[in-house]
Design a protein around this ligand. Structure first.
Ligand SMILES: Cc1cc2nc3c(=O)[nH]c(=O)nc-3n(C[C@H](O)[C@H](O)[C@H](O)COP(=O)(O)O)c2cc1C
Ligand code: SF4
Length: 439
């Protein structure tokens, strides 16, 4: 399926060749200078590649936004045994659909970025941990891996440099938690996909007990462009703290949905109304989740903000994966939040009590409220439970489940009250009293 729509505000760097099937082939990728960045990296050497990536200020696109060059520099410089680069292609956050598109259209962009990354951190093995359900992207990527081996771009002697880098595809079984980097490593090793306690951090003890870096697909796709054009070039977009372009995954009640590549810092209101054509069917905007399902919800009055890491944080939410979920005024917020919490309750790996018990109870209470059987005490319990789930667990899945509930209770309390019998009764008594007093 081709991408029919390209908005004039877009700055397509990573998504430039979305919709062009030739970009999937080695030949097609090379037509546009593909693998010249890898050749340049091999000439520059690991230290200079890391410095270039550091100078670009590129921040990891997997959600946390940690600077990629700095992360790479944490890998040991001395070489004693195997290092690994793991590509996190497990994308399963509700609302996120950028990584699978990057793989579907530009598998060589990802492989080139990964081979450069592996060279920079002295890794001789790249694993792509890809979500099992991504059937078509996996097939496309598998063909691209074959092509790079056939062309001598991966394997024993990368482009005649004497450097050896292998690439292996590993299909996950479809668990959201396996996207968390240490759970991913456990799963890759054939163990249960459960997050590990940190420290030790992966750069010291990672996959198979060896120094490891985990990078997101979109992060690695930016690497060939950064290495070819330099850090300053990349910094022409975005801000000092959030440089570059970003794929915004737009879904929900919008005229135009899909992936749009824009400079970081692009205004959210403009993104919704100009780029995505606003809310359809004459309805009005009610709520926006700016960074995937795991971040606090914004109300319609809070969207005049720059979409970069600091801007969204200042507005009380998080940029995350920049997966923007839009809800119009027909939306029952309680029902939507309940569905999100159900997801986290289902995906919790169960190691930590606040997460295992917390997500289960949040889901139960939310369902009770949605079905009209909740009490005012339930609202207090939700807040108390949610607060106890933040910062008390091995990974942030627990925080992710609590964030939408706490923010929705703060901003859309009326939606909850409308479903609680005692609140409805109290409101109607108050209305009657007010009407009587007026008479
Ligand atoms: C529950 C959970 C799920 C995650 N899922 C993904 C994912 O699907 N893809 C991803 O790249 N990062 C995911 N992350 C973030 C990774 O742990 C890790 O930070 C990221 O892959 C690092 O890559 P980056 O530095 O390029 O952003 C997840 C984190 C958590 C806590
Ligand atoms: S927070 Fe939840 S998902 Fe994360 S390790 Fe603990 S139980 Fe597992």
């Amino acid at each position: 399926m081709a991408y029919p729509y390209r908005h004039p505000s877009e700055t397509r760097v990573l998504s430039e060749r979305f919709g062009d099937p030739r970009a999937r082939t080695l030949e097609g990728w090379r037509e546009q200078g593909g693998y010249r960045a890898l050749a340049k990296a091999l000439e520059l050497g690991p230290a200079e590649v890391i410095d270039t990536v550091k100078s670009s200020g590129l921040r990891g696109r997997g959600g946390a936004g940690f600077p990629t060059g700095v992360k790479w520099s944490f890998m040991p410089r001395e070489k004693s045994g195997t290092h690994y680069l793991l590509i996190n292609a497990d994308e399963s956050e509700p609302g996120a659909f950028k990584d699978r598109e990057l793989i579907r259209w530009t598998p060589h962009q990802l492989l080139e970025g990964a081979l450069i990354g592996a060279f920079a951190i002295r890794a001789e093995h790249v694993y792509v941990y890809i979500r099992g359900e991504f059937f078509e992207p996996t097939q496309i990527l598998a063909r691209a891996v074959e092509e790079v081996y056939e062309a001598g771009i991966a394997g024993a002697d990368v482009m005649g440099s004497g450097v050896s880098i292998d690439v292996t595809l590993h299909c996950g079984a479809g668990a959201y938690i396996c996207g968390e980097e240490t759970a991913l490593m456990n799963s890759l090793e054939g163990r249960r996909g459960q997050p590990r306690v940190k420290p030790p951090f992966p750069a010291a003890v990672g996959a198979f007990g060896r120094p490891t870096t985990v990078n997101n697909v979109e992060t690695l796709c930016a690497i060939p462009h950064v290495v070819t054009n330099g850090g300053d070039w990349y910094r022409q977009w975005g801000t000092e703290k959030s440089p570059g372009t970003k794929l915004f995954n737009m879904s929900g009640h919008l005229v135009r949905r899909g992936n749009f590549e824009l400079p970081l810092g692009f205004n959210l209101k403009e993104l919704l109304y100009d780029v995505c054509g606003g809310v359809p069917n004459g309805r009005s905007l009610k709520a926006v989740i700016p960074g995937g399902s795991s971040v606090p919800i914004l109300s319609a009055g809070e969207i005049d903000i720059p979409m970069h890491y600091e801007g969204v944080a200042e507005a009380g939410s998080m940029l995350g994966t920049a997966s923007v979920i839009v809800m119009d005024d027909s939306t029952n917020i309680v029902k939507q939040v309940r569905r999100i919490v159900d997801f986290y309750a289902h995906e919790s790996c169960g190691q930590c009590t606040p997460c295992r018990e917390g997500t289960t109870w949040l889901a139960k209470i939310m369902l009770r409220i949605e079905r009209g059987r909740g009490t005012m005490d339930d609202l207090d319990t939700l807040v108390q439970l949610g607060k106890n789930m933040i910062g008390t667990t091995i990974c942030v899945l627990s925080d992710s489940a609590a964030a939408p509930i706490l923010s929705s209770l703060e901003k859309f309390r009326d939606d909850y009250l409308a479903l609680i019998p005692e609140a409805v009764a109290a409101a109607s008594v108050a209305d009657t009293v007010a009407a009587t007093v007026q008479v």
